[in-house]
Write a protein that binds this ligand. Structure first.
Ligand code: ADP
Ligand code: MG
Ligand code: MG
Length: 886
C-alpha cells in the first residue's frame, strides 16, 4: 500500500476527491496546489496509515518511513532548504486532518525542525533573530503540549512572569533576547516535567514524534466525544499532513488569517474574516490578541479602529479576494479558508466547505442557485434538514423590554434564556436535571464540548467570530455571544460582573446571538419567519419530493402548526390524548371501572359528544386532507385514578362505592402493560369503545362535509392499533363499518373513508399479506415495532443504549433513527406482502422516525406513500424527502 501523497511545487498526487484517503485538509491542499494556488509544499500520510498505526501497537512500518523520506526530499527540493540543516533549516508543520473537519479536536505542531543549532541558522537566513527565537519557543511549547503531553500551564506561567518582569503587556513587545532567555527556561521546564529527559534535538525524532501524536490524537477523549455527538465512525481515522512552514510572524508585512467567502452566520455574499499582523496561525483562533477585520466595510460597520486587511495590506488583500472568488467558483460552495502572508507573499494553508448556521445555509443555497452557480436541486441538497430545526423555533420578541447589560459579538444566531453556569460539567449536570443553562466562559476550549452541547446558549468574554466558541456553537446550532470584553468572570466564585451588575450561578440571563446582546432575565419570544429563503427552498424541495408529508397531531393547535409548516394531512391522531382532558377524565374512569358493558355504555354516552367535537375541529382545520385517527391504544390502567379524591369523584359520578372502585382498579393491574391489555385487544374485548369512537368520527365527518358545499369533506382513515392477526382487524373493521353505515343512514349521506391498521408487531409485518385482505392501509408504528422487534423497552433503554451505540452494536439510537437492517427489513417485507394482496394499499410511517432524515431516505427507497412527523419536524421531513428523491 502506498501511504504518502505529495503536493505543491507543481506536483499533486491527490485531489479534492480523495478526502477518504487524504482527509479533507490533505485533499484540498493537493487540489489548491493543482489549480495553481500558492500552497507551501508538503505531503500527506493517508488515513489508512492511522488504522495500521493502531494495529501495529502505535508504531510505524519501515515502508512509510521510506516514503516519508521521499516526501521530505520533495519539500526540500522545492524550498531549497534541508530539514535539520544548521545553516538554512527547513521547518515544517505537522497537521491532522480527518475526512470531515473536527474543529480544534485534534493536534497540530508548527515550526518543527528547530533545535539549538537550527534556530541560529534561521536567525541568520531570516535576518531576524527575534522571529527565530519566538518560533523556537512556540515550537517547544506546542511540541511539549501535543507530543510530550506535558502540562502547558508551566510554559504560560513562565511567559507571564517574563512579561511582568519587563513590564510588557503584549507578546509582541518581547525582544530576541527575551525570547532566547525564555527558550532556556522552557527547556528547563521540559527536563523537569519530562522525567529528566531533555527536549529532543534530533529533527527526525521530532518529526516522527509529532506524526505519532497526530495519529494518537484520533483516540483522545475529546475527539471520541466529538465523534459520538456528530455520528463520525471511529474507523475513519485521520491523515497527517507534513508541510513546509510559512511565517506570518516575520514583521509588519506578514500576517495570518482565517476567512469565509460569505458570511457564515447570516449568509450574506460578502467576504468575512479576521487576521492578525505579525502572528502565527493559532494566534487568531486562540483569542490571545483580538483579531482585526478583513474588509473595510466590516470594520466600519463594527465601528472598530484597527485597520482592516484591505486597508493595511491592500495588494495582498486584492490577491486574496481573487483567490476567494476562484475557490468559490471551483468548489461551487462557500469556503472556509486559512492563509498566511509572509513578507508580502500570500500562502494558502487550507480550504474547505465552510460550516454555517441554518439561516446562512438557506440563504447561501438560494443565492447560489439564483446566481447560477448551482442548480435548484443542488440547493435543495445543500441544506441539512436537521439544521432547519434552529429556524423553526421562536426568536426574541422585538417588542419585549430588554434589560441589556452587555454587548458582544453575534457569534451564532438564535436566542436563549437560561440559568448561568460557569463550567461544562455543571452545565451538563443541570441540563440533565431539566434546566435550561447558559454556559459562561472566559473562552471555550475543546474540553468544554460536552457542556456546550448541554447548554442552550454560550457566552464568552474573549475570542472573535472565528473563535472556538463561535465555530463550535454555530456547528451545534447553539446561540452564542462571544468576545464580551467588559465581562469580568470569576469562575471560582461563580459570579460575573458587568456594567456594575453582578450575576451569580443560577441567575437567569438571555443572550441574543443575532445582535450580541446579553440581558438579565428571560425575554419573551416570537414565532419564526417562514417566508423568504425558507419558503423558496421549501418550494424547490416540494417540486422534487415524491413522498407525502403528514403530521402527528391531535390538538387543534398542533394541527394548525402542522398546516402552516406544510403538512398534507394528519398521519397519526392519538385519540387517548383527548381522554386525559381534565373535564373528561372522570367519564373515562367511569368507563374503565364499569363492571359490565351496560356500565361502560353509560360512560361512553358522555364521551361521544366530546370526541365528536374533537374530530370536528380537526377535520375543519385539515379541510379536504386525509386524517388518520387511531382508535384507543394504551393500557387502561394509564387512566386509573390514584389519589383518594379521584376515586371519590368517580364514586360520586357513578354511585359505585369507593371500595368497589378500588378493587376494580387493582384487578386492572398488569405486570407488563406494554404487552398487555391494550391496542385492538381493548376493542376486541370491549367493542363498544371502538364503536363510540367510530361513531364520533363519522358524525364529525358528516357535520364538516355538510358545510361549504362539501368542499371541506375530510377523508377519515380509521386506524386499528396493535393488530397481530387478520381476524383481529376483521372483527374491528366490522364494528367500524357498522358504525359508518348507521351514521350515514341517519344523516342520509355517504362519505369516503378507509379502515386500516398500524403495523407495529413483527407478526403483523410477517402476515401483512393476509392482513391486507382486510386493511386498506398500513401505517408503520415504528416506535412499538422497534420495541417489539428488538425486545427493548424504550422507557428502560436509557441505561444501556448509549453503551450499545458506543460499542457499535447499533450505529445510532434505534428509537431516533430507524434500525434499517432489522426493523427496516420487517417493514420491507410487510410493504411487499401487503402490496401483493392489495396493489393500491396506502403505506405510511408514523413513528418518531417519520421526522428523521436517514429513516425518511429509507421510506423513499422502499416506496412508501407518506411519512408523518411531529408538526415542527414537518419542514425537516419535506426537505429530507426531497433529498431522498434526488
Ligand atoms: P486545525 O485543523 O486545528 O485548524 P491546522 O492544521 O489547520 O489545524 O493548523 C493550525 C494553524 O496553524 C492554522 O491556523 C494554520 O494557519 C497554521 N499552520 C498550519 N500549517 C502551517 C504552515 N505550514 N505554515 C504556517 N502556518 C501553518
Ligand atoms: Mg485549520
Ligand atoms: Mg404503538
Amino acid at each position: 500500500t502506498r501511504y504518502v501523497y505529495r503536493f505543491g511545487g507543481g506536483v499533486s498526487d491527490g485531489g479534492k476527491g480523495d478526502k477518504n484517503l487524504l482527509g479533507g485538509k490533505g485533499a484540498n491542499l493537493a487540489e489548491m496546489a493543482s489549480i495553481g494556488l500558492p500552497v507551501p509544499p508538503g505531503f500527506t500520510i493517508s488515513t489508512e496509515m492511522c488504522a495500521r498505526y493502531y494495529e501495529e501497537g502505535e508504531s510505524f512500518p519501515q515502508s512509510v518511513r521510506d516514503e516519508a523520506a521521499l516526501g521530505l526530499a520533495h519539500i526540500e527540493a522545492i524550498t531549497n532548504k534541508k530539514f535539520g540543516d544548521p545553516a538554512d533549516p527547513l521547518l515544517v508543520s505537522v497537521r491532522s486532518g480527518a475526512r470531515i473537519s473536527m474543529p480544534g479536536m485534534m493536534d497540530t505542531v508548527l515550526n518543527l525542525g528547530l533545535n539549538d543549532e537550527t534556530v541560529e541558522g534561521l536567525a541568520k537566513t531570516s535576518g531576524d533573530a527575534r522571529f527565530a527565537w519566538d518560533s523556537y519557543r512556540r515550537f517547544i511549547q506546542m511540541y511539549s503540549d501535543v507530543v510530550l503531553e506535558l502540562d502547558h500551564g508551566a510554559f504560560e506561567e513562565a511567559l507571564e512572569i517574563a512579561k511582568e518582569d519587563k513590564g510588557y503587556s503584549l507578546d509582541t513587545e518581547l525582544t530576541a533576547e527575551d525570547w532566547q532567555a525564555l527558550v532556556t527556561q522552557y527547556k528547563a521546564i521540559v527536563v523537569e516535567l519530562w522525567d529528566g529527559k531533555p527536549f529532543p534535538q534530533d529533527v527526525h525524532e521530532q518529526l516522527w514524534g509529532a506524526i505519532g501524536a497526530v495519529f494518537g490524537s484520533w483516540q483522545c477523549e475529546r475527539a471520541k466525544v466529538y465523534r459520538r455527538l456528530n455520528d463520525i465512525p471511529a474507523d475513519w481515522g485521520t491523515a497527517v499532513n507534513v508541510q513546509a512552514m510559512v511565517f506570518g510572524n516575520m514583521g509588519d508585512t506578514s500576517a495570518t488569517g482565517v476567512a469565509f467567502t460569505r458570511d457564515p452566520s447570516k449568509g450574506d455574499n460578502a467576504y468575512y474574516g479576521e487576521f492578525l499582523i505579525n502572528a502565527q496561525g493559532e494566534d487568531v483562533v486562540a483569542g490571545i490578541r483580538t483579531p482585526q477585520y478583513l474588509t473595510k466595510t466590516a470594520r466600519e460597520q463594527a465601528g472598530a479602529k484597527p485597520a482592516s486587511m484591505e486597508e493595511a495590506l491592500p495588494t495582498v488583500y486584492s490577491e486574496l479576494a481573487k483567490v476567494f472568488d476562484l475557490l468559490e467558483t471551483h468548489y461551487r460552495d462557500m469556503q472556509d479558508i486559512e492563509f498566511t502572508v509572509q513578507q508580502g507573499k500570500l500562502w494558502m494553508l487550507q480550504t474547505r466547505s465552510g460550516k454555517r448556521t441554518a439561516k446562512a445555509a438557506l440563504k447561501i443555497a438560494v443565492d447560489m442557485a439564483n446566481e447560477g452557480l448551482i442548480t435548484q436541486e443542488e440547493a435543495v441538497a445543500r441544506v441539512d434538514p436537521s439544521a432547519l430545526d434552529q429556524l423553526l423555533h421562536p426568536t426574541l420578541d422585538p417588542k419585549a423590554p430588554r434589560d441589556v447589560i452587555a454587548k458582544g459579538l453575534p457569534a451564532s444566531p438564535g436566542a436563549a434564556s437560561g440559568l448561568v453556569v460557569f463550567d461544562a460539567d455543571t452545565a451538563e449536570k443541570r441540563a440533565e436535571m431539566g434546566d435550561a443553562v447558559i454556559l459562561v466562559r472566559t473562552e471555550t476550549s475543546p474540553e468544554d464540548i460536552h457542556g456546550m452541547h448541554a447548554a442552550k446558549g454560550i457566552l464568552t468574554a474573549r475570542g472573535g467570530m472565528t473563535s472556538h466558541a463561535a465555530v463550535v456553537a454555530r456547528g451545534m446550532g447553539r446561540p452564542c455571544v462571544s468576545g464580551v470584553g467588559s465581562l469580568a468572570i470569576d469562575a471560582k466564585a461563580k459570579v460575573f460582573r458587568v456594567s456594575g451588575r453582578e450575576v451569580r450561578e443560577g441567575d437567569i440571563i438571555t443572550i441574543d446571538g443575532a445582535t450580541g446582546e446579553v440581558m438579565i432575565g428571560a425575554v419573551p419570544t416570537v414565532q419564526p419567519e417562514l417566508a423568504g429563503d425558507f419558503g423558496i427552498l421549501m418550494e424547490w424541495a416540494d417540486k422534487v419530493r415524491r413522498l407525502k408529508v403528514r403530521a402527528n397531531a391531535e390538538t387543534p393547535l398542533d394541527c394548525k402548526t402542522a398546516r402552516i409548516f406544510g403538512a398534507e394531512g394528519v398521519g397519526l391522531c392519538r385519540t387517548e390524548h383527548m381522554f386525559f382532558d381534565a373535564a373528561r377524565i372522570t367519564a373515562v374512569r367511569q368507563m374503565i371501572l364499569a363492571e359490565d358493558e351496560k356500565g361502560r355504555r353509560v360512560a361512553l354516552e358522555k364521551l361521544l359528544p366530546e370526541q365528536r367535537a374533537d374530530f370536528t375541529e380537526i377535520f375543519e382545520i385539515m379541510a379536504g386532507l386525509p386524517v388518520t385517527i387511531r382508535l384507543l391504544d394504551p393500557p387502561l390502567h394509564e387512566f386509573l385514578p390514584h389519589a383518594e379524591e379521584d376515586f371519590a369523584e368517580v364514586a360520586l359520578a357513578t354511585g359505585i362505592g369507593v371500595e368497589t372502585l378500588k378493587r376494580r382498579a387493582a384487578e386492572l393491574h398488569e405486570f407488563n402493560p406494554m404487552l398487555g391489555h391494550r391496542g385492538c385487544r381493548l376493542g376486541v374485548t370491549y367493542p363498544e369503545i371502538y364503536e363510540m369512537q367510530a361513531r364520533a368520527i363519522f358524525e364529525a365527518a358528516c357535520d364538516v362535509a355538510a358545510k361549504d358545499g362539501g368542499k371541506a369533506a375530510p377523508i377519515p382513515e380509521v386506524m386499528v392499533p396493535l393488530v397481530a392477526t387478520r381476524r383481529e382487524l376483521e372483527l374491528m373493521k366490522a364494528v367500524i363499518d357498522k358504525a359508518a353505515k348507521t351514521v350515514f343512514a341517519e344523516r342520509g349521506v355517504t362519505l369516503e373513508y378507509l379502515v386500516g391498521t398500524m403495523i407495529e408487531l413483527p407478526r403483523a409485518a410477517l402476515k401483512a399479506g393476509e392482513i391486507a385482505e382486510v386493511g386498506e392501509f398500513f401505517s408503520f408504528g415504528t416506535n412499538d415495532l422497534t420495541q417489539t422487534t428488538l425486545g427493548v423497552s424504550r422507557d428502560d433503554a436509557g441505561r444501556f443504549l448509549t453503551t450499545y451505540v458506543d460499542k457499535g452494536i447499533y450505529p445510532k439510537d434505534p428509537f431516533v433513527s430507524l434500525d434499517i437492517e432489522g426493523v427496516g427489513e420487517l417493514i420491507e417485507i410487510a410493504a411487499e406482502r401487503g402490496r401483493k394482496t392489495r396493489p393500491d394499499i396506502k403505506l405510511g410511517i408514523c413513528g418518531e422516525h417519520g421526522g428523521d432524515p436517514a429513516s425518511i431516505a429509507f421510506c423513499e427507497k422502499i416506496g412508501l406513500d407518506y411519512v408523518s412527523a411531529s408538526p415542527y419536524r414537518v419542514p425537516i421531513a419535506r426537505l429530507a424527502a426531497a433529498q431522498a428523491a434526488l
